[in-house]
Design a protein around this ligand. Sequence first.
Ligand code: AMP
Length: 184
Amino acid sequence: MELTQQEKNILLDSIREIKDFPQPGIIFRDITTLLNNKEAFNLLMDFLTKRYQKYNLDYIAGIESRGFIFGAALAHSLGVGFVPIRKKGKLPYTTISEKYSLEYGFSEIEIHIDAFKNENLEHTPKVLLIDDLIATGGTAYAAANLIQKGGATCIEVCFIINLESLKGSKELEKIIPVFNVLDL
Ligand code: AMP
């Protein structure tokens, strides 16, 4: 199941480009203009719901903070639980964490130790990981590792936008299935 080019154009036209944000040379893809556009947001969420309803997922995990928006909306429409993957120091209970390197220095993301143990499942919980955008793929790679550490299986990673030239998606695909709604 694929979006038509016309549907893709509705989504593409709804994403705003901000030049030199947050630093010179970066073109920031602003998805707030997709979210407040009811035609685009509903088209996207209906499409993702149709795609993932046959996956028999147990949870959606979303990466802070824009992954929370798409992830929680999708979890609700699929009738499954939602797990926030947060930046270090935000979650109140015992956590497990994963470090990853950035251009300068490193960052760390966390989930609660019992994030995927909320139900009496007889199988390893099946998780879809979602974020708004993949650039280098470092954040998503760390998040997928974190899901495994949490005792669940990350069965696919979904991005609304893939920045194709950075090749993060191509690299991530070597270890896990990846689905990109839009390639830019
Ligand atoms: P990366 O780990 O390099 O794949 O970076 C992905 C994370 O950074 C995602 O959570 C994105 O929301 C954010 N990000 C990176 N580049 C951009 C960009 N050009 N526009 C908007 N968000 C970005």
